[in-house]
Design a protein around this ligand. Structure first.
Ligand code: ZN
Ligand code: ZN
Length: 462
């Protein structure tokens, strides 16, 4: 597999419009590309950036299919080109992610394509993409909760006073001020890593919790972080891993001193590498697969927001027109793990594309009935005369990042009447609907390589 970069002049061809409408485009083929190669498309001014990642799915075609002719602005460049290839869109990038002004410092000499991508450019591009998908403005912390662990765990929070006696500030308490929603915290208790938590909201000022004997001697005014705790059943002992932890921990405000002892204090700084190490090592020694997987999922839990509702609405629109002539097809589906889709990156937000055909199959498979109760009333589609139902991803696509396999599969898409669909997204009692569907789909999901517990699933809807 080789990687190429080609250019497109948007004054001649409106590639942005074309990729908005089509997932596959024909392209003139002047170099020796092969099926399976990756082609990046650099879109010239006013865009001036690599905007598309595509995969070559056919080569040496004698002529281009004319379906995208609406987007040809000046055709003089396109006639009788000779050979064509077919490109399938994999991902779309924001203009700011890979603009020429950055690329030219990274070995992109000129953007006269097509050309083979240099190793250095290839590396740079994949780093840029990874980082932007990475989200991470997430921060990582390490907390020693020896006296307060059980109270804080029960109450799902962390708390530290703002001042010590006579108003002095204490750096390991001051750290609390940095915790934001989505940050990850490693919990140490009696020299073991007993839990990982994710901050559910930014830190805020709060009085000392009232539990007796825990925070008594401290000043009343403090900082509090509400966090969702994920307790670890079989915890690792920090001293067993001290060499590695000392190497990984950050240089300042770190939890351990050079001798490998925990620093005296409450909250310290960790980092991504340290969190990854702790979580992977912990997951190794858990007793059940679901415990292992739940831990590993925490690594991917993102604090980036994504606008999935809009994508779901587009899906509904598209499906209505696609169902024409297909609504009564016979669908056979065998659940199996499928490679997960790649995220699109836009304005620091990530989103996952939805395969129209898969969602349509899911409706047909359910015979266009509501899977909560087939008796739920609906109306007929104008387009097809079949009962109206809507596809819904039981495990939301927004959490795709946390899973190894694609969530955009028939096994994960249920057919719902519009009432149930809206209740599941916006209504009270949605957990009851989710539980019904979960029980129905649990086995199929497993066969598709997707495992999740009911309580984890309910959490994804909050
Ligand atoms: Zn939905
Ligand atoms: Zn219903």
């Amino acid at each position: 597999m080789e990687k190429w970069i080609i250019t497109c002049n948007p004054n001649y061809y409106d590639v942005i419009g074309a990729f908005d409408e089509f997932d596959i485009l024909n392209w003139k083929q002047s170099v020796n590309v092969h099926v399976g190669d990756i082609v990046y498309i650099y879109v010239g001014k006013p865009c001036g950036a690599i905007k598309y990642e595509t995969k070559v799915i056919a080569v040496d075609l004698p002529e281009a299919k004319p379906y995208d002719s609406d987007y040809v602005i000046d055709g003089s460049n396109f006639e009788e080109y000779g050979k064509y290839m077919e490109l399938q869109l994999l991902r779309t990038f924001d203009d700011e992610l890979l603009p020429y002004k950055i690329l030219k410092n990274e070995g992109l000499k000129s953007v006269q394509g097509p050309s083979r991508m240099t190793n250095e450019l290839e590396k740079f591009i994949s780093n840029q993409i990874d980082q932007s998908i990475e989200m991470d403005n997430r921060r990582y912390f390490f907390v020693f909760q020896n006296k307060s662990y059980s109270e804080e765990f029960k109450g799902a929070y962390l708390w530290a006073p703002q001042h010590g006696d006579n108003g002095r500030k204490v750096s390991h308490w001051e750290q609390m001020k940095d915790v934001q929603k989505g940050d990850l915290i490693i919990h140490s208790y009696l020299k073991k890593i007993v839990a990982i938590s994710i901050a559910e909201a930014d830190v805020y000022e709060a009085d000392r919790p009232t539990a007796k004997g825990v925070h008594d001697e401290w000043n009343n005014k403090g900082w509090r972080v509400n966090a969702k705790y994920y307790p670890i059943t079989n915890p690792i002992v920090t001293s067993d891993h001290m060499d590695k932890l000392l190497k990984l921990q950050p240089e300042s405000k770190a939890p351990f001193n050079k001798l490998g002892r925990g620093n005296t204090g409450y909250l310290f700084t960790a980092n991504k590498n340290m969190a990854e190490y702790v979580i992977r090592e912990s997951s190794e020694i858990q007793f059940t697969n679901s415990e292992k997987e739940q831990l590993l999922r925490l690594l991917n839990k993102s604090n980036v927001q994504s606008d999935e509702n809009k994508l779901d609405q587009e899906l509904l629109d598209d499906i209505d027109s696609m169902l024409k002539g297909a609504a009564n097809q016979h669908i056979t589906y065998t659940p199996e793990p499928k490679e997960k889709p790649k995220a699109n990156v836009s304005k620091g937000k990530r989103s996952y594309p939805r395969d129209r055909k898969v969602a349509m199959n899911a409706l047909i498979r359910a015979n266009h009935k509501c899977e909560i109760d087939v008796e739920h009333p609906s109306f007929l589609r104008r387009s097809t005369n079949t009962s109206y139902a809507e596809p819904h991803h039981l495990i939301p696509m927004a959490s795709q990042n946390e899973f190894e396999h694609s969530l955009d599969v028939e096994a994960n898409i249920v057919s719902l009447c519009s009432n149930c669909h809206n209740q599941i997204h916006y209504g009270l009692g949605s957990d009851i609907l989710i539980e019904v569907l979960y029980k129905e789909r649990k086995d199929e999901l497993g066969q598709a390589g997707i495992t999740i517990s009911l309580s984890d699933l309910l959490n994804l809807y909050q």
